[in-house]
Design a protein around this ligand. Structure first.
Ligand code: MN
Length: 213
């Protein structure tokens, strides 16, 4: 099986002025495409490991040692970016919707408190990585960070939303000013999609197979 770069549900320019067109194009058709291409190349001679991406990243420790690092980096890069694109939208409501609002408030105290904690994690994280709102085995929401292209799936967590804090996600426009990128991120969040993920996790229970991308 071949992994495929997913199409975005909007144009590269659609997230302007919050995320610029050139960054979106380089990020999707440059960085993400390179992860997909490299993953296909790495697994070309290992058909047994050409698994659905969520299954593959949940079994990284069993992948043959000689290809494990490449698979981990590129499968993680592919999976994380695929999820990231789905939780962005040009038509953001900027606030959590439906029953997700109450769930966030009950986990963090308030939506504002959640935003503050998430922002702090994003600003404090050293080097390349990702910041997540994830759900643990007890269906509690937690804020979590991973380095490189590591995924919380490997730690038994289910992701609800994610922010890419690799410099390639913001450097063209904001250079070293990650706080500006973070401020803009809150304007393009797809809360309907995030709420759907929350509903699925509540309905389906807690297994890796829930994470469909
Ligand atoms: Mn990225």
């Amino acid at each position: 099986m071949q992994y495929v770069l997913p199409n975005l549900q909007f144009s590269y320019a659609a997230l302007e002025p919050w995320i610029d067109s050139l960054t979106m194009k380089v990020h999707h058709n440059g960085h993400h495409k390179a992860y997909v291409d490299k993953l296909n190349k790495t697994l070309a001679d290992h058909p047994k490991w050409q698994l659905p991406i969520d299954v593959l990243i949940s079994q990284i420790d069993r992948v043959p040692k000689e290809i494990r690092a490449d698979v981990k980096n590129n499968a993680g890069g592919h999976a994380n970016h695929t999820l990231f694109w789905t939780i962005l939208t040009p038509k953001s409501q900027q606030l959590a919707s439906g029953n997700l609002t109450a769930a966030i408030a009950s986990n963090f105290g308030s939506f504002e408190a959640f935003r503050e904690q998430f922002s702090e994690a994003a600003l404090d994280h050293f080097s390349n990585g990702w910041v997540w709102l994830a759900v643990d085995a007890n269906r509690r929401m937690i804020i979590h960070t991973t380095k490189d292209h590591d995924t919380p799936i490997s730690e038994g967590l289910q992701p609800l939303l994610v922010l890419d804090i690799w410099e390639h996600a913001y450097y063209l426009k904001h250079q070293n000013r990650r706080a500006e990128y973070l401020f803009n991120f809150w304007h393009v969040l797809n809360w309907d999609e995030i709420e759907k993920r929350w509903d699925q996790i509540k309905t389906w229970g807690h297994t890796n197979r829930e994470w469909q991308i």
